[in-house]
Design a protein around this ligand. Structure first.
Ligand code: FES
Length: 126
């Protein structure tokens, strides 16, 4: 990774934190972000489900068919809305049509890197 590119990316976890379960929850800029390692790829999503703020870290892993082919997806543990992990799109028949917020993620030098995580504006729920 070039130095200029590294400025855009933020290391948020060691890859080995995902070895046991293939997932992890990290705190980045005032929000929890759920990480999922599926195969050799890493996916990152804001942990709050857009339907009723269920914990997406506890989702089931699924797949969805898209125009670009098969994408990995997650099914929220509370009301089972399904979100494409590549685009964040809620799938037809879900409890919401709001997308989950996904972030570009990569593995480099044994660390998980994210890009584009903006600070959460609202105060945390009590
Ligand atoms: S909170 Fe996730 S589907 Fe309802």
């Amino acid at each position: 990774m070039e130095p200029a590119q590294q400025e855009d990316w933020e290391a948020v976890a060691d890859e080995r934190e995902l070895h046991a379960t293939g997932r992890a929850l990290v705190w980045v800029k005032g929000r929890h972000v759920a990480l999922f390692k599926i195969g050799s790829r890493i996916y990152a999503v804001d942990n709050r489900c857009p339907h009723a703020q269920g914990p997406l870290e506890d989702s089931l892993i699924e797949t969805v068919q898209t125009e670009e082919g098969t994408h990995p997806a997650i099914s929220c543990p509370w009301h089972h809305a399904t979100f494409d992990l590549v685009t964040g799109e809620a799938q037809p028949g879900s409890e919401t049509d709001q997308p989950a917020q996904v972030f570009p993620a990569r593995i480099k030098d044994g660390k998980i890197w994210l890009r584009g995580v903006t600070p959460r504006q609202e105060p945390p729920k009590l």
